[in-house]
Design a protein around this ligand. Structure first.
Ligand code: COA
Length: 246
């Protein structure tokens, strides 16, 4: 089984993170697959919307920590290109979240137009506790979306939160029963995909705000993130995770 499953249903492209033994943590290889799929979806006139989901009762535990450690030593950071691509993606994005949404598994939701989650979902942005910084434009987009109080509790204090709080805060469109999650997300994505494409994409662009500002923030965050990755505090936190249980 591929770590990212790619399926097409009518005009909706479904991208499912499928590495459940590692809580769908995103590796460089998975980001590369996602990047190619998104690039092709952007070009393919037959694709009207993209649906992101996670297999096995988890959305994503965020970036693979082993890959972070390798990146700190000059290795690849394919997540950077994924962040750039999802932020600039011109077609509607719908997310179906079940279980954990950690790190980029949560910040990527800020680039989705419609987000549905089960009541079992739990969200966590542990960047600072790992000696790292928010990415994917979250330092700009999250306070804008949910207010500074919640953004500070989630991004600085690293407080986890559940689906109801995420819904109250405006991060989610709806909390749905687990057995209805995929059907709901698929139906919403199909509806978006069936809209007049040019009007929808133009309206979406206005709704998402000043692209140049978002891109500039993403690049500034990435620059700071790379420096933080090489810091002693990040090394200590990431190594501690990799050595847990040893
Ligand atoms: N990178 C690499 N491996 C990860 C991972 C990640 N981000 N998240 C989970 N895994 C792995 C675990 O190491 C474990 O592997 P093992 O079975 O070989 O030991 C497996 O996935 C299951 O995770 P486990 O920690 O046993 O599950 P849990 O339910 O007790 O906890 C989490 C789940 C997500 C809370 C916990 O795994 C975690 O904190 N992960 C790191 C999340 C993170 O910091 N991501 C980066 C954000 S910037």
């Amino acid at each position: 089984m591929a770590d990212v499953e790619i399926a097409r249903s009518g005009a909706v492209l479904e991208l499912t993170l499928n590495r459940p033994a590692k809580k769908n943590a995103l590796t460089n290889a998975m980001y590369r697959t996602l990047n190619v799929a998104l690039r092709e979806a952007e070009r393919d006139a037959g694709v009207g919307a993209v649906l992101l989901a996670g297999a096995g009762g988890v959305f994503s535990a965020g970036n693979d920590i082993g890959d972070f450690v390798a990146a700190a030593q000059g290795g690849e950071m394919a997540g950077a290109d994924f962040v750039r691509r999802i932020a600039a993606f011109p077609k509607p994005l719908v997310a179906a979240v079940d279980g954990l949404a950690v790190g980029i598994g949560c910040t990527l939701l800020l680039h989705c137009d419609l987000v549905y989650a089960t009541s079992e979902s739990r969200f966590l942005l542990p960047f600072v506790d790992l000696g790292l910084l928010p990415e994917a434009g979250a330092s700009l987009l999250l306070p804008r979306r949910v207010g500074m109080a919640r953004a500070s509790a989630w991004l600085l204090a690293g407080e986890s939160f559940g689906a109801d709080e995420a819904h109250d805060a405006g991060l989610l469109n709806a909390v749905v029963p687990a057995d209805a999650l995929m059907a709901t997300a698929r139906e919403k994505a199909a509806r978006l995909a069936a809209k007049p494409r040019t009007a929808l994409m133009a309206a979406r662009k206005f709704l998402r705000g000043d692209t140049a500002e978002i891109v500039a923030r993403i690049e500034a965050e990435l620059d700071a993130f790379r420096k933080a990755l090489a810091s002693p505090e990040a090394r200590a936190a990431l190594t501690a995770f990799l050595n847990k249980g040893k």
